[in-house]
Write a protein that binds this ligand. Structure first.
Ligand SMILES: [Zn+2]
Ligand SMILES: [Zn+2]
Length: 396
């Protein structure tokens, strides 16, 4: 039996167990950087396998090393994120969250269980591949500063240093049984914006004696769109959205303060920094010209995510070999952010998507919604494909 069929047979053989693992994780979700039971579960699972080395990192992170023959020949890394979101689950499945208000609504239970399945297959195939596979179970993807940045600081990309890295993420837009790839720029940087405009509140009937921060803020919101529409190069996607505004006056009271929160996203690091400076200058200038003051703060989030062109192109053709051409699709740029991006600035990376949708079963909800779920048939493919990509990458 060739390697591809060996992997398919093993992923099929382990699929029931991995579905059970996913259900256990789904029922027991934990928030970012608080994944203590999840980490214990992962470590116990790995402890039953002939793993060569297991290290704890960033408190709830785990790194496992599986060596094949000639282990120094090449090292490839695979990453899964393990945290859940502060969402109250509305699904009624028997494996629904038992931790009220916390939910695996981004599929990180799927990523973790898939990678545990990969560990099982790699251990079973230890004598059939050359090189080393490093498995990264990373905490805190959903919360700044991002578990990936902490894992990198603690040396996850060294000792030993992998040559390339794969990350798999669920995608409810794609039907189960399919996967998607995009070489090059894929996801955006995302920064949080916090603005406070301060004026002189008072009776709404006497504006001439006041400085109205509501009107000043309205100008700032409108003017800042110029940064995206006139100052950004049309060749660089940029988004500026404000999703929260608070000015606690009344119909007849002008407040002294307005607070504004938003997000800025783009795909170019130089422009990202330039845009921060332009937004700050513009907001402060408008406030000053109208007699108000503006405190403009940006909390830097994740950088853009760029998939290595060559690695992603060859991975796509390996996926076609594994699944059939019609099951592999091209992805568009997506302006969401993901902390896998940090790795992609250090190492050749490929972040690809695993389809989890099933219209016939009514499984269509997006990630980060209280009704998100997956067609669990996707797990067998998730396990098999990730193993296949790692082993193919080790051969070149
Ligand atoms: Zn998410
Ligand atoms: Zn996610």
């Amino acid at each position: 039996m060739d390697l591809k069929d060996r992997i398919k047979t093993l992923s099929n053989q382990f699929s029931e167990e991995i579905i059970g693992v996913r259900r256990h994780l789904h029922a027991n979700p934990e928030l970012s950087f608080e994944e203590y039971n999840t980490a214990n579960y992962i470590r116990e699972f790995l402890g039953k396998l002939p793993i060569d080395q297991t290290d704890e990192m960033a408190t709830t992170g785990t790194v496992a090393i599986i060596k094949g023959k000639n282990p120094d020949r090449k090292i490839v890394a695979l990453r899964a994120d393990i945290d859940a979101l502060p969402i109250l689950e509305k699904n009624t499945a028997p494996y629904k969250s038992t931790n009220e208000g916390v939910m695996h609504a981004c599929g990180h239970d799927v990523h973790t269980s898939s990678l545990l399945g990969v560990a099982k297959i790699l251990c079973a195939l230890k004598n059939e591949f050359e090189g080393t596979v490093k498995l990264i179970f990373q905490p805190g993807e959903e919360k700044l500063p991002g578990g990936a940045s902490l894992m990198i600081k603690e040396g996850v990309l060294t000792n030993p240093s992998p040559k390339s890295l794969f990350g798999q993420h669920v995608m409810p837009l794609l039907p189960a049984g399919t996967v998607g790839f995009r070489p090059g720029m894929y996801m955006a940087s995302a920064d949080e914006i916090y603005v406070t405009v301060t004026g002189q509140g008072g009776h709404a009937a006497m504006p001439e004696t006041l400085v109205d921060p509501i009107v000043v803020t309205a100008y700032i919101i409108t003017a800042l769109q110029q940064v995206v529409s006139r100052m950004a190069s049309p060749k660089i996607p940029s988004v500026l959205s404000f999703g929260d505004i608070e000015g606690k006056g009344a119909t007849n009271v002008i407040p002294s303060e307005v607070k504004l929160k938003g997000t800025f996203r783009t795909l170019n690091e130089e422009w990202r920094m330039e845009a921060h400076a332009k937004m700050k200058k513009m907001a402060e200038g408008i406030a000053e010209s109208m007699g108000a003051t503006c405190d403009f703060n940006i909390m830097k989030g994740y950088p853009f995510l760029a998939n290595d062109e060559q690695l992603t192109n060859r991975s796509k053709s390996w996926a076609e070999e594994f699944l059939g051409k019609d099951k592999v699709v091209d992805l568009d740029i997506w302006m969401a952010a993901e902390d896998f991006a940090f790795y992609s600035h250090h190492i050749d990376s490929c972040f690809y998507r695993l389809g989890t949708r099933n219209d016939a079963k009514g499984i269509t909800s997006g990630v980060h919604t209280p009704t998100f779920d997956i067609d669990e048939s996707a797990l067998e493919l998730g396990v098999g494909l990730m193993t296949w990509l790692a082993l193919k990458e080790l051969t070149i």
